[in-house]
Write a protein of this length. Structure first.
Length: 455
């Protein structure tokens, strides 16, 4: 169905860039780190830009005569259309004021062509029945089909310390780049920083999914930032029911079983209305099963999300938070070296955080070893199939509820949150009120606040 479609391109934008460079020799400096020569659809435009780039890198002007001479000396002038082509580019350009926007547009079309090309390669791999499926899948993940990320290699540029000092110093007058968690004592130790990976680990039924939901709800509601929740363990409907339970403070089992008490039905309806009005279009749930979900698939989904969020008023949207529930669900769980597999996934999540400049929260399972010891509080070393998780995470938090193991404990309704690794701050433990019936967290210092209704 796509065979007759022309590849995405914008010849007018390409001409606008090249004309702007010929008209204003300073203009190329504004886009040199934002566009690559191969992004131009026409080969002649690639060569003209490469000529201007070569002159710019040598500190020479990129005016009409200089570019024409550079191409002529290398016998390339006639191939691009001769001097007439360059003069035509210049004559059609009034100013270079829009060159930045043109560069974004040309790169947009370039990435789309790469997506199409990679898609065709994946189709060919799919038809190659002579290769094992695992081999085909592995080869397909090597294809760069999710690289919508805005081209800006200067983000990872090698720069002298003085440049970094200026950047760091200027940040002191800016707001914190991350987000608080909504839990006061925990906020004294960590924030959800852009570009960083946070691991939240616990045994089953302790509340790690509820913690992920709490953070997603908090960031979306307080900061009005788009949140993407990858639910590899449960369906989108089941996860949504947890958001309803959190908002309404109605026991989750009553919502799931459709047994909401008559006196709480109005509360439930109002809660759904609030969710619709406040975060209904801010939280995005993806329930691809864990066996099919891979980091490269996550990149693809996040890329599509950014494309959807783009608008005239917001040409470069940012995500507020990415949550994954949970990391050990991903990949081939029957793999021989599962620790190595999970470690590679953690490294890929770390890269996603950096490349998309977004906080990534990965929920993690603690292995059974913690339950064999007298003190059942989990440690970082007990993260299931840990691999390189410890080194890839910027922050690791463990969750523990004494009432799960000791029903008569005086710490009823209390969750211990331990920051066991913090690359940018202190470690320690804090306690919060937690109601597992509806996932509601409360600051212990405000313990007079009511928690969920049990029905």
């Amino acid at each position: 169905m796509f065979d007759n479609k022309l590849p995405p391109e914008s010849i007018e934008a390409e001409e606008g860039i090249l004309g702007g460079i010929l008209l204003d020799p300073q203009a190329i400096g504004r886009i040199v780190d934002r566009i690559v020569p191969q992004a131009y659809y026409l080969n002649s435009h690639q060569q003209i830009y490469q000529a201007a780039l070569a002159l710019y890198e040598r500190g020479k002007p990129t005016d009409l005569m200089s570019v024409m001479t550079w191409l002529s000396e290398r016998s390339l002038l006639e191939g691009v259309g001769g001097s007439f082509k360059l003069i035509q580019l210049l004559d059609r350009t009034v100013s270079a004021v829009n060159i930045d926007r043109y560069a974004e547009l040309v790169m947009d079309k370039y990435w789309r062509r790469k997506l199409i090309s990679a898609g065709h390669e994946i189709i060919e791999l799919g038809y190659d029945t002579s290769s094992e499926l695992d081999t085909v899948t592995r080869e397909s993940t090597k294809l760069d089909f999710s690289s919508y990320l805005q081209f800006n290699d200067s983000q990872y540029e090698t720069k002298p310390l003085n440049d970094w000092l200026v950047e760091s110093f200027s940040m002191q007058d800016q707001q914190v780049s991350g987000f608080d968690t909504g839990l006061l004592d925990l906020d004294e130790m960590i924030t959800l920083e852009r570009g960083e990976l946070t691991g939240i680990a616990a045994r089953p039924s302790v509340g790690k999914t509820w913690m992920g939901i709490w953070l997603a709800n908090h960031v979306a509601r307080k900061f009005q930032q788009p949140v993407v929740f990858f639910s590899a363990e449960m369906s989108g409907v089941r996860l949504t029911q947890r958001f309803e339970s959190l908002e309404s403070e109605i026991d989750l089992k009553n919502i799931v079983r459709r047994q909401i008490p008559v006196n709480r039905i109005e509360d439930y309806i109002k809660a759904v209305e609030r969710l619709t009005e406040t975060i209904g279009n801010t939280i995005f749930i993806n329930d691809i099963p864990g066996g099919s979900l891979t980091p490269i698939r996550m990149r693809s989904e996040l890329t599509k999300m950014l494309l959807k969020l783009r608008s005239k008023d917001n040409p470069n949207p940012q995500l507020g938070l990415v949550v994954l529930d949970y990391i050990q669900k991903l990949g081939n769980r029957s793999a021989g070296n599962r620790a190595q597999d999970v470690g590679a996934i953690a490294g890929a999540l770390c890269d996603i955080a950096k490349d998309f400049n977004v906080p990534v929260v990965a929920l993690m399972q603690i292995n059974r070893e913690s339950e064999k010891q007298s003190n059942k509080r989990p440690s970082m070393a007990q993260i299931k199939d840990s691999g390189d998780i410890e080194q890839d995470c910027d922050t690791i938090v463990t969750l523990y509820r004494d009432e799960v193991y000791h029903p008569d404990t005086p710490d009823q309704g209390i969750m211990e949150i331990s920051v066991v690794k913090n690359r940018n701050g202190e470690t320690g433990t804090c306690k919060v009120l937690f109601d597992p019936a509806c996932g509601q967290f409360k600051n212990l210092r405000n313990s007079s606040q009511a928690i969920c209704h049990y029905n």
